[in-house]
Design a protein around this ligand. Structure first.
Ligand SMILES: [Zn+2]
Length: 343
């Protein structure tokens, strides 16, 4: 699974520019499903089996990133954010600018500490003052590299192993969810019914791709496979975020936009208990997943989200536990096998 995760993360794809991840996910899902297509919005829709119940898994394929806003005469690139960034972490990061001639490496520059005055060193740099240096001598160099306004920018960063089953990298939100989904597709031969495995687009900028795909599939139940915030690090208290990266996947009970459908809660909880799979419960004051918006599609689709808790989410050094990823897969497979009792 580690190599698969690496492949998924390496397919740079921010919201709105999901072509590379569409290809990678299609290749990974193809061999395990009966039918696969890409809809008008770019969602990857795979179907396995037929008849009822109809279960839809949705894993968003996009990741947060940046976008070229302005190129100055000296060849520095100014940018805007795509998705929820903590701006303070941006300076000194390595990025890739995806121009018409392929990705161009660059760095987000910053003023050395030696020449910062007292006030400057205490205040975080504002987004409008940040710039990317690709090594260009002037504006013309940037254009020659194939870069223009509106091009997307991703964070550079490899996926690496830490101690034990822990891994670190960028884009775990939500390539981890994509990985869980492909593994469920692979191991779900016993399921009698229709399972849809959908890689959705543009989740990070407003839960966009899932709306049309859920409307057209019209499933009996929808489960978003995503990531959640782990609080098992210094600086976050237990009451604030009790989730750990190692106590199993987390069922999203409540987030900023939605509350889980009671039937979905019962189904996931009982299936985890019966199969002795670790499960955590996530009561969030902020955040949302694809499953937060699908209760408003058609007459309402019973929905819930099963998330893998991740440390340092939305940074280039997210940390996850592969044992939890495996538990999320196991639970997803068992949920399919018990689905007919609930839907
Ligand atoms: Zn996500």
């Amino acid at each position: 699974m580690f190599d698969k995760l690496k492949k998924l993360v390496d397919a740079d794809s921010i919201s709105g520019y999901e072509e590379s991840i569409q290809d990678v996910l299609t290749q990974m899902l193809k061999k395990h499903v009966d039918e696969i297509r890409i809809d008008k919005m770019g969602n990857v829709i795979a179907r396995k089996g037929k008849g009822s119940p109809v279960i839809m898994f949705a894993a968003h394929m996009d990741e947060i990133g940046l976008i070229v806003k302005y190129i100055d005469k000296e060849g520095f690139i100014f940018f805007d954010k795509i998705g929820g960034w903590d701006e303070r972490i941006l300076p000194t990061k390595k990025v890739l600018v995806h121009g018409s001639k392929g990705p161009v490496p660059g760095v987000i520059g910053s003023k050395p500490p030696h020449i910062q005055d007292k006030d400057e060193s205490k205040k975080p740099v504002k987004l409008k003052d940040m710039f990317i240096d690709i090594g260009a001598k002037n504006e013309d160099d940037v254009k020659k590299a194939g870069i223009s306004v509106g091009d997307f920018i991703t964070r550079q960063g490899s996926v690496d192993r830490l101690l034990g089953e822990r891994v670190t990298g960028r884009g775990f939100d939500n390539r981890v969810g994509c990985l869980v989904m492909t593994e469920i597709a692979k191991r779900s031969d016993k399921f009698k019914g229709t399972a849809y495995f959908v890689g959705t687009v543009k989740e990070e900028i407003g839960l966009i791709g899932v709306r049309g795909s859920a409307f057209s599939i019209n499933p009996d139940v929808l489960v978003a496979l995503d990531t959640s915030i782990a609080g098992d690090v210094p600086g976050i208290s237990k009451p604030e975020v009790p989730l750990t990266i190692y106590d199993g996947p987390a069922l999203d009970i409540k987030d900023a936009m939605s509350i889980i459908h009671p039937k979905v809660k019962k189904w996931v909880k009982e299936t985890a208990e019966k199969n002795k799979i670790k499960l955590q419960f996530d009561v969030m004051s902020g955040g949302a997943t694809d499953a937060s918006v699908t209760p408003t599609i058609r007459e309402g689709i019973p929905s819930g989200a099963l998330n893998v808790p991740v440390r340092y989410i939305h940074t280039p050094i997210e940390v996850a536990d592969m044992k939890t990823v495996e538990n999320a897969v196991k639970l997803g497979v068992k949920m399919l096998e018990s689905a007919h009792k609930y839907f």
